[in-house]
Design a binder for this molecule. Structure first.
Ligand SMILES: Nc1nc2c(ncn2[C@@H]2O[C@H](COP(=O)(O)OP(=O)(O)OP(=O)(O)O)[C@@H](O)[C@H]2O)c(=O)[nH]1
Ligand SMILES: [Mg+2]
Length: 386
């Protein structure tokens, strides 16, 4: 059986785009109930069909209100050295790890692992956005493994990273596209600004590079510029895209896209959706309708329903999962913007709380800034170990 996706082992072999993103993180409007009003339409520049080493498409204006008319990406193509994915992850997680790492250095400079150290550790983990329950579990496990033992600071961190990686291991699944579904339909959901469209662009380009025949569906017809933004990514990845008229019924766009993807024997169809509608009920009704309509053509679809989460929203990401899970059948998570936040530890909370697969993490805006979730690399980077 042919399978597109990323083997997790491949992760460390991936090389990076020299165009490192340098932009400041953008704070998404993470509260489902507090959607901000629509802002000015974004300008979309068409680029020639690019390879992966091109800059990212423009940021949506609602996330960059001070720079609404500037369509240029925040990435730059300087002569920066190519970094491995692990280096990019470390670089991306620098804010999270320096917060946690500084705490770990001050709380334990070596010696016996005692009650004081463990108590202090629990506080640090909570401050690192891992969540209260996961922090307690981690400390209990460390106590079980190492209480009373002598350890250097590095050994202490290694033990901690090992425990965190073990907690994350059960949720690390690559997103695989199996050819028993033609097309394999991936529905991408999440609140506005979470990184859905960007993630779709990255996925499309990576699947395409592996030889999969990819199609995109622009079922976010709510925001005028949303279709254009996805079109830029489609061009960049050289994949076809199905669009509808502005304010067209998103479910109708999805339906047409499934038909066309079938007719063209595509391996994978990735459906973009709106992150914001008039209110939360509308948003959820729309997502449910898209699912219903897709099922008319293939009742096993969508084969993946991804929820994209912005790590900068910290514990709010937990609430988003709860809300979406109540209304649609979320099959897996993708966590973006780990590069822009000290709150990367939230991944541990997500894993512990929901047990949903975490398929991939994003550490920037460029094509290559998305990779399968590797618990060991993540945990090592999070506790600031080399
Ligand atoms: N630094 C960083 N920025 C990211 C990452 N992923 C996405 N972004 C940026 O976040 C912003 C929002 O991303 P979009 O992909 O437009 O988000 P969306 O979920 O499609 O938003 P709506 O269409 O408004 O619902 C854009 O400026 C992206 O470039 C990431 O991993 N790191
Ligand atoms: Mg979008």
């Amino acid at each position: 059986m042919r399978l597109f996706g990323w083997g997790r082992k491949k992760q460390n072999e991936q090389t990076a785009n020299p165009a490192e993103q340098t932009g400041a993180p953008q704070q998404a409007n993470a509260e489902l109930d507090q959607a901000t009003p629509e802002t000015a339409a974004e300008t979309v520049t068409k680029t020639a069909t690019d390879g992966p080493a091109q800059p990212s498409p423009p940021a949506p204006s609602d996330l960059s209100p001070t720079d609404e008319t500037n369509p240029t990406s925040q990435t730059s193509q300087t002569n920066q050295p190519r970094l491995s994915w692990t280096q990019r992850l470390r670089q991306g997680l620098a804010k999270s790890s320096s917060r946690l790492g500084a705490g770990l250095t001050s709380l334990f400079s070596g010696g016996r692992i005692d009650d004081d150290a463990l108590e202090e550790l629990e506080d640090q983990l909570i401050m690192g956005d891992l969540g209260v329950e996961p922090a307690a579990k981690i400390v209990a496990e460390l106590r079980r493994q190492r209480f009373g033992q002598e350890a250097s600071n590095t050994e202490f961190r290694q033990a901690l990273a090992g425990i965190i990686a073990e907690m994350l291991e059960p949720v690390a699944f690559a997103l695989d596209i199996k050819d028993q579904h033609k097309p394999h339909i991936v529905l991408v959901t999440g609140v506005n600004g979470a990184g859905k469209t960007t993630t779709i662009g990255k996925l499309a380009s990576q699947f395409q590079a592996q030889g999969a025949k990819v199609m995109l569906a622009a079922a976010d017809t709510y925001r005028a510029a949303a279709v254009g933004q996805l079109q830029v990514w489609a061009e960049r990845a050289s994949v076809p895209i199905v669009t509808g008229a502005e304010r067209a019924d998103p479910a109708a766009v999805a339906y047409q896209a499934v038909e066309r993807a079938r007719a063209e024997a595509c391996d994978v169809l990735i459906v973009d959706t709106a992150g914001r509608l008039h209110n939360k009920a509308d948003l959820m009704a729309e997502l449910q309708k898209i699912v219903r309509v897709i099922k008319k053509l293939d009742d096993s679809a969508p084969h993946d329903t991804l929820l994209v989460l912005d790590a900068t929203t910290g514990q709010n990401a937990i609430n988003q999962v709860k809300t979406f899970k109540e209304l649609i059948d979320v099959s897996g998570l993708i966590v973006t913007k780990l590069d822009g936040t000290a709150r990367g530890g939230v991944i541990v909370g997500l894993a512990d709380r929901f047990g949903l697969p975490i398929h991939a993490v994003g550490v920037g805006e460029a094509m290559e800034d998305l990779s399968p979730f590797d618990p060991q690399a993540f945990a090592t980077a999070l506790v600031d170990l080399d």
